[in-house]
Structures are given as structure tokens and as C-alpha cells.
Design a protein around this ligand. Structure first.
Ligand SMILES: NC(=O)c1ccc[n+]([C@@H]2O[C@H](COP(=O)([O-])OP(=O)(O)OC[C@H]3O[C@@H](n4cnc5c(N)ncnc54)[C@H](O)[C@@H]3O)[C@@H](O)[C@H]2O)c1
Length: 364
């Protein structure tokens, strides 16, 4: 029986989904704690992912991850040693890595060296040298490397950034951000140890600094700032990370980032603000709003995929980047610059002086 064009079109989705089932990426999740289990939840929603293995050094976390896979009708092998997992399961195409920050250099380089596609959590690493080593490994790798700067894929922020990049906000003059909240979660001890997380600019503020550096379109020339621990002194005991700081970055041509981050905020008082002020008007990134500079009005920007979660969107982009061999928006180079911007800010605060991009990045 011959098929009409209409019936062929109607049949197409079924054919495509059968094909995509066969073409699914075999994915392993390493580090299934706070962030890893959130990534897994979204990864399990992706038609392009087949989660074949989960790994964490803590057996109960691996078991929870395997149960989450089973609840979605899948089956994942469980491991407490990721090297053993990668040795045994050669069929793994891609890895999603969410282990603590101090492991990133070593684990990223090893996984990339084994030829796997890698979605690795931020920051790139905790020192300039280590960041450059990861970026170098990514440049030489067979696989696609994408870093967990998922806010670049947040539908509102992404639409706002497209608006800025199209020139509709004019010349970028100032990026103003605040990230005010309560203190870090007490059940994740390494968050409070700056040798393990690089302190709160590199571990937390980095997301917003990444968006702002992207908005300006180049790295800053110099930076200065102030910060420390004034409320949560030795709380929790042994704490070495700050509880507040403010940073100012200057760019060639006069643009500026002005960013304030602290943990003193009463619930619902200020929260998060990310605003880019241009010569034609201001853009609110999380709200995807544009306010023309000389008029009292707001323009709600068109937002493709409005309401979708940024982590879901970032993982979906990773899948399509792997399948279509595309360069990720949050690739090694952008992650290198974002992490160096954070390390630069931290150095300026610790050393109470102006720090230049040249002294941080050198020839990068
Ligand atoms: N992109 C984001 O918005 C975001 C948010 C939170 C955390 N993160 C990042 O995610 C990563 C994990 O942070 P978290 O909050 O989930 O911390 P976490 O401590 O809750 O989770 C880390 C997990 O890694 C496991 N682990 C440690 N060493 C391991 C190893 N050798 N092999 C396998 N598993 C190992 C730990 O047992 C733990 O379960 C960090 O890099 C953090 O910066 C990103």
C-alpha cells in the first residue's frame, strides 16, 4: 500500500524516535551528591541519554542514583571507583562529572584522555596552572568538553544575552550583579574549606561573573575588591571561606563589572540580580526584560523554551553538541576565562590590591 505525503509525515515522528533510541548516548554519572543527583534527574528526562552507569565513593549515593535510573525504566551499573567503571565499560560514550572542585583538574584530564565526551561541573580547576592544564587537555581531546555554566542555557538569560549580543542594548557600559542569600549548606563540609572549593568567588560567584564577562565579550583588564568573614566567623568550626565580598572589574573601553555577594540576606530581601546597562538601555538577565534608557517602559523579550530548567537545557545542549559535533556555548575556553576572572577577583581580595589580567592569565 502506497503512503500519501500526509501519512508519511504523520509517521515520521515514530520513525525518528526509533532511530534516536538506537543512537542514544551511553552516559555515566560520576559524583551523585547534591549537584550530581540534580543533573541525573534532568539527564533522565533527555531522550538522547541512556544512563548506563553511576559512580560515587559513597555506596548509598550510588544506590540512590541507580534507583532513580530504575524508576525511569532504565538500568545502571553501580561503581565506587570511576577508573574501574571506565576500564570495564568501554561502551560509555559520555560522562557527567559532579565531584568536588578540588578533584576537577585530575578527573577532567583523565576522563578526556580516555576519549570520552565530558560534561564537567564548574569551576575548571582551583589554580591558574591547573585551569590551563584542563583547557589544554580539552583542546587535545577527541571528545566534546562542556562545563557546568548552565546559566548560559537558562532560557531567560540566554534570550537577554542574544538581545545584548545583537547590539539592541547598545554599547555595554556596566554589569551590575548581586548574589545575596543565606549561608552555604552545612551538610557539604568541603564548601567551607577554601583549599577544596577555591573560596566563594570561584565556587559560587563564578556563574554571574561568567555571564558578565560574556556580556562584555572580552576578559577584564584589572580588578579590585574587598571581602572576608564577618558574621560566620569559625562557623562552622574551621571555616576558611568568606561570607561576603564586593568586586569591581574594569574592561578596555571603560565597561565595568560591579558585583556584590554575601550570606547575610534575610529570606526574600534581595536575592539575585544580574543587570547589564548599555548605551541604549538596561537588560535584566533573569527576567529577560529590556528597559530603554530614555523611556519609562519595559520590553519583555521573546524567550524560546521559556520556563525550562537551565540544567536541563545545558544537558540537552551537551547531547546535541556531542551528536552534531558542535562547539559548546560553555566550552573550555569560556570556562577558562570565567575561572581566571574568579581567581583574579579572589587574589585582589586576599592581597588587598589591584590585580591585572596579564599577571593572572599571562599568555592564555
Ligand atoms: N552548576 C551549578 O549550579 C552547581 C551547583 C552546585 C554544585 N556544583 C558543582 O558540582 C560539584 C559537586 O558539588 P555538590 O554540591 O554536588 O557536592 P557534594 O559533596 O554533594 O557531591 C560530590 C559527590 O562527589 C562524590 N565523590 C567525591 N570523590 C569522588 C570520586 N573519587 N569518585 C566518585 N565520586 C566522588 C562525593 O561522595 C559526593 O557524593 C562541584 O564541582 C560543585 O562546584 C555546581
Amino acid at each position: 500500500m502506497s503512503m500519501t505525503r500526509r501519512s508519511m509525515l504523520a509517521a515520521a515522528p515514530a520513525v525518528l524516535s526509533a532511530q534516536s533510541r538506537a543512537d542514544k548516548l551511553k552516559v555515566a554519572f560520576i559524583g551523585t551528591g547534591n549537584r550530581g543527583s540534580f543533573l541525573l534527574r534532568h539527564g533522565l528526562e533527555l531522550a538522547d541519554f541512556e544512563v548506563v552507569a553511576v559512580c560515587d565513593i559513597l555506596p548509598d549515593r550510588v544506590d540512590n542514583a541507580a534507583s532513580a535510573v530504575a524508576k525511569k525504566g532504565g538500568k545502571a551499573k553501580t561503581y565506587t571507583d570511576f577508573r574501574k567503571m571506565l576500564d570495564e565499560m568501554k561502551e560509555i560514550d559520555a560522562v557527567v562529572l559532579a565531584t568536588p572542585d578540588y578533584t576537577h583538574r585530575e578527573f577532567d584530564i583523565e576522563i578526556l584522555g580516555r576519549g570520552k565526551h565530558l560534561y564537567a561541573e564548574k569551576p575548571l580547576a582551583l589554580t591558574v596552572e591547573d585551569c590551563k592544564a584542563v583547557a589544554k587537555a580539552a583542546a587535545a581531546a577527541k571528545g566534546v568538553f562542556q562545563v557546568g555554566f548552565q546559566l548560559r542555557h537558562d532560557p531567560n538569560r540566554n534570550a537577554a544575552m542574544q538581545w545584548i549580543k545583537s547590539g539592541k542594548a547598545g554599547k555595554v557600559l556596566q554589569c551590575h550583579g548581586i548574589r545575596h542569600g543565606g549561608d552555604l549548606p552545612r551538610d557539604i563540609p568541603w564548601y567551607f574549606d577554601k583549599t577544596k572549593c577555591g573560596d566563594i568567588v570561584t565556587d559560587q560567584g563564578i556563574h554571574i561573573l561568567d555571564l558578565f564577562r560574556w556580556a562584555v565579550g572580552k576578559p577584564p583588564l584589572r580588578c579590585y575588591g574587598d571581602g572576608g568573614t564577618t558574621l560566620f566567623v569559625n562557623d562552622p568550626p574551621g571555616r576558611t571561606v568568606m561570607d561576603h565580598y564586593s568586586l569591581i572589574y574594569e574592561f578596555e573601553g571603560g565597561a565595568q563589572i560591579n558585583f556584590s555577594h554575601h550570606y547575610f540576606d534575610p529570606p526574600g530581601f534581595t536575592g539575585i540580580q544580574e543587570r547589564v546597562f548599555g548605551s541604549e538601555g538596561a537588560v535584566d538577565l533573569p527576567k529577560a526584560e529590556f528597559a530603554p534608557r530614555t523611556e519609562r517602559k519595559r520590553i519583555q523579550l521573546e524567550v524560546p523554551d521559556a520556563g525550562k530548567d537551565s540544567t536541563y537545557m545545558s544537558l540537552a545542549a551537551f547531547a546535541s553538541n556531542v551528536m552534531e559535533r558542535k562547539r559548546p556555548l560553555n566550552d573550555a575556553q569560556s570556562a577558562l576565562e570565567a575561572t581566571l576572572v574568579a581567581l583574579m577577583g579572589t587574589k585582589a581580595i586576599y592581597e588587598k590590591r589591584v590585580v591585572t589580567w596579564t599577571e593572572i592569565a599571562g599568555g592564555s
